[in-house]
Structure formats: C-alpha cells, structure tokens
Design a protein around this ligand. Structure first.
Ligand code: PEP
Length: 249
C-alpha cells in the first residue's frame, strides 16, 4: 500500500521568521497523520529553522534543489550531504522552473538523483510537458523521455523508493489545472512505464504526485484517482488553510 504524500514547494518565498510562522501553523493543524505524509520544502535559508519546528512531529523536511558534486569550488551550490545534515528527508529535483531558468536537463537531474540516494535522501523528481507539446500530441513521448533520462542507472530498489511528480508545465502557477482524466492518464502511463522498465513490484511501490494548480477545490477529485498518490503544491502551500485542506483531501 503506497502512503500518500503531500509536499509544499515554497519556492523563493518566506524569510526565516515567516517560514517558521507558516511551519508552526501547519504542524499544529496536522493531527491526523496515519494516512498521509506531509513534507515542507522551504528555501535553503529556512531549513535549519524548520528542522526545529518539525522536530518530534510527523512532518518531514525537503529541499528544492541540490548539486551533484560532493563538495568543493562550486560557489552558491548545496550538496546532498549538506541537505542530509540539515535534516532533509526529501529533495525536489528537476522542477520545471529549474529546467526553464537554470538549464537543467534529464542528464543533470539524473546525476543529482544518484547522488541524493547515496546520501539517503529521497528525490521527488519532476516531469511534465509544455502546452505546445501537449497541443502537438507529444505528452507521452516527452514524459517517457524525461522518466527514462532521469532514471538512468538507478537500481530497482531506488526507483521503488522514489517519488515522481507529474507537473504539466502549463498548469504550474497558472490556475489552470489538468482535468482528472488528463492527470490520471499520464500517471498511469508513468506507472506502466516503470513496470516495463523494472518490474510490477517497482511500479506498485513508486509514488506519483500530481502538481500544477492543485487547490482545495480540485484536490479531492485528483487524489481519488488510482495512480495519483499525492500532490506537489506550490502557491496553495503558502497558505495554511489551503495547504491543510489539501492534506485532508
Ligand atoms: C509547483 O511549483 O510545483 C507547483 C505545482 O506550483 P502551483 O501549485 O503553484 O501550480
């Protein structure tokens, strides 16, 4: 049985004090913990503060990115070991904003995933097509290429432990959400692909999140789909009430 997972991607929002305040409110409101894992992914600067806020609670900590090298002269970068030592359980990798603004590719995301696993971090790997790609009927082709590229050289056990977030680029931060049919169809395709590439066991263990304008009013329907195991939430994760409503959906 796959445990549901709702993660808040706070992006480049919240000072340390603001982040603490938001996390405290979420922790206080998250009381029914058995069926859903909750992960908060603040900016790097707030990781240490949030580690204290979530200590002794079921809420987990995640980062929004990392570099694939172990250490050294890479000004401005953060390593997997640093994230682990800062209390992270998860790390978001390959978000479409990283791909769009920072030239990340499936190859670089793959290097990061391999390094994250070496340090005991669980990657949340983002894939998804642009609007033009969907309109040209390329969704499956694009997502399959991303999945195959990002997962290169991973072991079956690693893929079974992974989280993949299907985030159609046209739905991120736009208020335009994928229909439940569109979302379920791509999630099912990713799960079937994992079955083909690895095994039924891997496909059944792999957790798949939907991301892209998930809000309290559309979350329950999306999360009721067979292959959607959770959500990666951007905008709505910055509001306590909205985020908790999604968690309880
Ligand atoms: C995201 O950035 O991962 C995301 C899904 O954003 P939003 O919920 O704002 O669309």
């Amino acid at each position: 049985m796959r445990k549901r997972i709702i993660a808040g991607n706070w992006k480049m929002n919240k000072t340390v004090a603001e982040a603490k305040e938001l996390a405290q409110a979420i922790v206080q409101g998250f009381t029914r913990t058995d069926s859903c894992e909750v992960v908060l992914c603040p900016p790097f600067t707030a990781l240490a503060a949030l580690r204290e806020v979530i200590a002794e609670t079921p809420v987990k900590l995640g980062a929004q990115n990392m570099f694939w090298e172990e250490q050294g002269a890479f000004t401005g970068e953060i390593s997997a070991a640093m994230l682990k030592s800062a209390g992270c359980t998860y790390v978001i990798l390959g978000h479409s904003e990283r791909r769009q603004y920072f030239q990340e590719s499936d190859e670089t995301v793959n290097k990061k995933i391999l390094r994250a696993f070496e340090h005991g971090l669980i990657p949340i790997v983002c894939v998804g097509e642009t609007l033009a790609e969907r309109q040209n009927g390329l969704t499956h082709q694009v997502v399959e290429k991303q999945v195959r590229g990002c997962l290169a050289d991973l072991t079956s056990d690693q893929v079974a432990a992974l989280v993949i977030a299907y985030e159609p680029v046209w739905a991120i931060g736009t208020g335009v959400v994928a229909t439940t049919e569109q979302a379920q169809e791509v999630h099912a395709m990713i799960r079937a692909l994992a079955g083909k590439m690895y095994s039924t066991r891997v496909a059944e263990s792999l957790r798949l999140q939907y991301g892209g304008s998930m809000k309290p009013d559309n979350a329950a329907q999306l999360l009721s789909q067979d292959d959607i195991d959770g959500g990666l939430i951007g905008g709505a994760s910055l509001d306590v009430k909205s985020f908790l409503q999604i968690v309880y959906a």
